[in-house]
Design a protein around this ligand. Structure first.
Ligand code: ZN
Length: 492
C-alpha cells in the first residue's frame, strides 16, 4: 500500500474530471488569460514569432541568439527579418528546424507538459494528425528541439512553445550518447510504440514564452483588413516631407512592399518636416527612409530604394514601375508629374497613379487617383500645372525667398502637413483595397480659422461646389473631371 500515491492518483483523477467538464465559455475565458497562466520555466526562452497564425501544422525555421529565439516560416523569411532588425549584424545566421503545431484549443494548466510523454498525451486529443510530424522532428534532432503551438480560440490564436530535451542519460553529452531509440533492435525494426516511448518518455520539457511579431498582429491585432494590404506593392515617387510621412503611414497601416524613388539628399531645413532627422542629413532621402522603415517594420515583405529621379530609373528599369500595384507621386513638380502622366497614359498596363500635393501653408491638400482611362492628371490642371480646383486662394504671394541663394520656397508647418500626408495615405489604402475608383480626387482642408490666419480664404469655385464647407476642416471625395481640350489625353 502507498497511501500518498493513492491520494495523488485520486487528485489526478479529480483534475481529469474537472478538465473534462470545462465548457466552451470557460475555455474562452481561460484563453483570454492564457499569458498569465503560461510562463517560461527556468531554462525557457522568449520566442519572437514571425509566423502568421491561421495556417496548418508545419516545419518552420528557428534562429537562436544568446538571448532570444526567433521563429519564421522559412530560412529566407527569417533571414530577411533578422537583416532588417539587426542591420549591423554581419554574421551568417545559422538556422535550425522547429515544429509548429496547430491545436484545437490551448492546453489547460493541468496539461502543461513536464515530460515528452505529457506532450504526446495532449497531442492525441488536440492534434493527432501532427504526431507523425513531431516524431520526425524528434528523430532528426541531434539534441533538444523546439515545438511551437497555436491553440485556436473564438477570439483568435494563443501561441506558446516548448523545448523537448533529448532522451539521454544524465551527464552524457549530446552527440556522444548511444542511439537510445535504436538500442536493442535492428535498424528500422524498433516497434512504433517502443520508439515513441523512447522519444517521448520521461525526457524533460522546458516551457518558452512566445510573443507575436507577425504583420497581422503588429498592424492591428488581427484586424481582417491587414492581410490584403500586406500583399500590396506601392512605388513612392518622391520621398520628401509629404512623401516620407505618407510612406511611414502606409508602412504603419501594413502595406507590405514599398519602393522609394528620390534623387535628393536630406538637408538641415528639411528635418523639421521630414520623417528623417539630423542624423540622416547629407544622406539620400530614399536610402535612409528605406533603412528607417526596415528598422521599424522588419517584417515588411520588401523595402527598396532608388537614389535617382523617376525618369532615370524608368529609362534603366521600367519593370520597377510595372511590378507595382500603385504609384504615389508627391514630387509636386509639374515638369516631372506632367511626364509621368504622359507615360502612364501611353504605356500599356501601367498601374494607376495617385498624385498628392499640398496647397500653400498645407492648409489644404489633394490626392487624385488617375487610371489608364478616364480623365488624365492634366485634365484637372491649367497650362502651368496649377490645379483648376484649388481649395484656397491668397491675395499675397505665398512663396518666400531663401536668403543666400535666391531660391524660393513655400513655407508650411509640420502639423498641417500631417493632414495632407494622412489624406494621401488614406487615399492610397482605399485605392489598394478597391474602395476608390480611378478618376476620383480626395481633398482635405484645415479649419477656416487656420486658413484665415495664414491670409487665405476658400475659393469661390470650391464654395460653389461645396457650399456647406465645415468650418473646422474636413475631407471629401470629388470627381476628377475630364477636360474637353486636354493637351495630354484630348479629353477623349
Ligand atoms: Zn487629360
Amino acid at each position: 500500500m502507498n497511501p500518498k500515491g493513492l491520494i495523488w492518483d485520486a487528485i489526478k483523477e479529480a483534475t481529469r474530471l474537472i478538465v473534462a467538464s470545462y465548457n466552451d465559455a470557460f475555455l474562452s475565458d481561460f484563453a483570454d488569460e492564457f499569458d498569465s497562466y503560461w510562463s517560461k520555466t527556468e531554462g525557457g526562452k522568449n520566442i519572437v514569432s514571425l509566423l502568421s497564425p491561421g495556417g496548418v501544422s508545419r516545419k518552420v525555421s528557428l534562429w537562436c541568439s544568446t538571448v532570444h529565439y526567433y521563429l519564421g516560416d522559412d530560412d529566407a523569411a527569417l533571414e530577411n527579418w533578422l537583416r532588417n532588425r539587426f542591420p549591423g549584424n554581419k554574421e551568417d545566421f545559422r538556422f535550425t528546424t522547429a515544429s509548429h503545431i496547430v491545436l484545437k484549443r490551448p492546453i489547460l494548466p493541468s496539461e502543461y507538459p513536464k515530460s515528452g510523454a505529457a506532450v504526446l498525451r495532449f497531442l492525441r486529443e488536440l492534434a493527432p494528425e501532427s504526431i507523425e510530424q513531431l516524431e520526425d522532428a524528434a528523430e532528426a534532432a541531434d539534441d533538444k528541439f523546439t515545438v511551437s503551438f497555436e491553440g485556436c480560440t473564438d477570439d483568435g490564436p494563443v501561441l506558446f512553445a516548448i523545448e523537448v530535451m533529448p532522451p539521454n542519460k544524465r551527464g552524457m553529452k549530446a552527440g556522444r550518447r548511444p542511439n537510445m531509440v535504436q538500442k536493442g533492435f535492428r535498424p528500422g525494426k524498433v516497434p512504433t510504440h517502443i520508439r515513441m516511448q523512447r522519444l517521448f518518455g520521461g525526457n524533460k520539457v522546458e516551457r518558452h514564452e512566445v510573443v507575436r511579431a507577425d504583420p497581422s498582429w503588429i498592424h492591428g491585432r488581427d484586424t481582417p483588413t491587414v492581410a490584403p494590404l500586406f500583399d500590396k506593392r506601392v512605388l513612392m515617387v518622391g520621398a520628401g516631407s509629404l512623401g516620407s510621412e505618407a510612406a511611414l503611414l502606409l508602412a504603419k497601416t501594413g502595406v507590405g512592399s514599398i519602393t522609394l524613388v528620390d534623387p535628393e539628399v536630406l538637408d538641415y531645413p528639411n528635418v523639421g518636416r521630414h520623417v528623417l532627422g539630423v542624423a540622416e542629413v547629407r544622406t539620400y532621402k530614399a536610402k535612409s527612409l528605406a533603412e528607417e522603415l526596415a528598422r521599424r517594420f522588419p517584417h515588411m515583405r520588401s523595402i527598396k530604394y532608388f537614389n535617382e529621379d523617376w525618369q532615370t530609373l524608368y529609362g534603366k528599369d521600367p519593370e520597377v514601375f510595372h511590378n507595382t500595384d500603385l504609384i504615389v507621386s508627391t514630387v509636386g513638380s509639374w515638369e516631372a508629374e506632367g511626364r509621368l502622366n504622359q507615360l502612364a497614359r501611353n504605356e500599356p498596363d501601367f498601374p494607376p497613379v495617385i498624385y498628392g500635393w499640398a496647397e500653400p501653408f498645407s492648409v489644404a491638400g489633394h490626392a487624385a487617383l488617375i487610371g489608364s482611362d478616364g480623365p488624365c492628371f492634366a485634365c484637372g490642371m491649367d497650362h502651368f500645372g496649377s490645379t483648376l480646383r484649388a481649395i484656397c486662394e491668397w491675395d499675397t504671394k505665398t512663396t518666400r525667398k531663401q536668403p543666400h541663394c535666391g531660391a524660393s520656397f513655400q513655407p508650411y508647418g509640420p502639423v498641417s502637413l500631417s493632414g495632407v500626408a494622412a489624406l494621401v495615405a488614406k487615399t492610397t489604402t482605399k485605392a489598394l483595397l478597391g474602395e476608390m475608383t480611378p478618376g476620383t480626387e480626395a481633398v482635405y482642408w484645415a479649419s477656416k480659422d487656420e486658413i484665415v490666419e495664414q491670409g487665405g480664404r476658400f475659393t469661390r469655385e470650391f464654395l460653389n461646389f461645396f457650399p456647406d464647407v465645415p468650418e473646422f476642416g474636413g475631407t471629401r471625395q470629388l470627381e476628377w473631371r475630364r477636360k474637353g481640350d486636354c493637351a495630354f489625353c484630348g479629353g477623349g
